[in-house]
Design a protein around this ligand. Structure first.
Ligand SMILES: Nc1nc2c(c(=O)[nH]1)N[C@H]1C(S)=C(S)[C@@H](COP(=O)(O)O)O[C@H]1N2
Ligand SMILES: [Mo]
Length: 315
């Protein structure tokens, strides 16, 4: 993606020097204001973060100082059915996906509907690095240092109308680019949704990178959703459309198996998946399973969003 460096510089998101200063910070192993996160990140990234470096304006460790999952695992153990159903398939087959030019259609109940190019979108918001615990419905988990910006910032900028109750997120539909779409494994394009209050929660990000680098294709380049208290399938990848709407969106996995993938798919150890327990999880790279935490450890921040909802529906 030769475009990245110049585009980011042109739009002056954050000077490249900030990223370089951070590298210097890492090299020196200083652990001042930013706590212990950075040296840990450096260690986990040793097996090779690749790709264009991103300018990161601020950093936060939201994973309680847990060790980030190595770059290698984050980029080779993926779910992205547009490139196959095996965990290794996305790393093998997503490489050729063209992520430039790329535009995102923002439509529906907003005062400023528009089609925005990815570079322009990036020029609107400074990039943040946030380390989050992530958990798949299949009971494996990772700790990932994401780079992106809060979805809330985009929502605010688009000026939702009073009828905007939900957001629907859509992945690219292009069977040429995404060979998995040549078969009806799922209803394409992949669609996910959030209620408005979930969408504007400060933990929700639109991610464009991991480990300080441009998002690898298999992780959802150039833009994907990240909601760390929800099961991984909520995190739709390679987004081309965000629709503000009054009705609850019909989502891909819920259409496929309504009994298994609810709209309010919050990580909940007390509510089993119909085919397996959700009480424990395997952290990728670890041998013994860990206890799964309610809301994936983010209950203090998000539990209030679901007050009054039947917890059995929060699967
Ligand atoms: N477009 C699209 N987005 C997707 C998926 C997919 O198959 N297609 N899989 C989801 C699932 S089930 C998970 S667990 C996460 C995995 O993200 P990762 O591979 O970056 O860890 O992506 C989610 N987003
Ligand atoms: Mo998943």
């Amino acid at each position: 993606m030769p475009g990245w460096k110049t585009d980011l510089r042109e739009s002056a998101v954050t000077p490249e020097s900030l990223y370089l200063r951070r590298r210097e910070f890492l090299r020196l192993g200083a652990a001042g204001v930013m706590g212990a996160a950075l040296p840990r990140l450096a260690a986990a990234a040793e097996d090779g973060p690749e790709g264009q470096a991103l300018p990161v304006a601020s950093q936060a460790d939201m994973a309680g100082a847990e060790k980030p999952t190595p770059w290698k695992s984050v980029t080779t153990y993926n779910n992205f059915y547009e490139f196959g159903t095996e965990k290794e398939d996305p790393a093998r087959y997503a490489g050729p996906l063209r992520t430039r030019p790329w535009s995102v259609t923002i439509e529906g109940e907003v005062k400023r509907p528009q089609v925005v190019g990815i570079e322009q979108l990036l020029s609107w918001f400074p990039l943040q690095e946030r380390i989050y615990r992530m958990r798949c419905v299949e009971a494996w988990s990772m700790v990932i240092p994401w780079v992106g910006f809060p979805l809330a910032d985009l929502v605010k900028r688009m000026e939702p109308t009073s009828r905007a109750k939900y957001l629907a997120f859509q992945t690219l539909l292009d069977p040429q680019e995404m060979p998995g779409q040549r078969r009806r494994i799922l209803e394409w394009p992949y669609t996910e949704g959030l209620r408005m209050d979930e969408a504007v929660h400060p933990l929700v990000m639109l991610a464009v990178g991991i480990y300080g680098r441009v998002l690898p294709n298999q992780n959802g380049a150039p833009l994907r959703l990240v909601a760390p208290w929800k099961y991984g399938f909520k995190g739709a990848k390679s987004l081309v459309r965000i629709r503000f709407q009054e009705e609850q969106p019909r989502t891909t996995w819920a259409l496929m198996a309504p009994g298994e993938y609810g709209f309010y798919a919050n990580v909940n150890p007390a509510v089993d998946h119909p085919r397996w327990s959700q009480a424990k999880e395997r952290r990728i790279g670890e041998f013994f399973r860990r206890d799964t935490l309610p809301f994936n450890g983010y209950a203090a921040q998000v539990a209030s969003l679901y007050a009054g909802l039947d917890p059995k529906k929060l699967y």
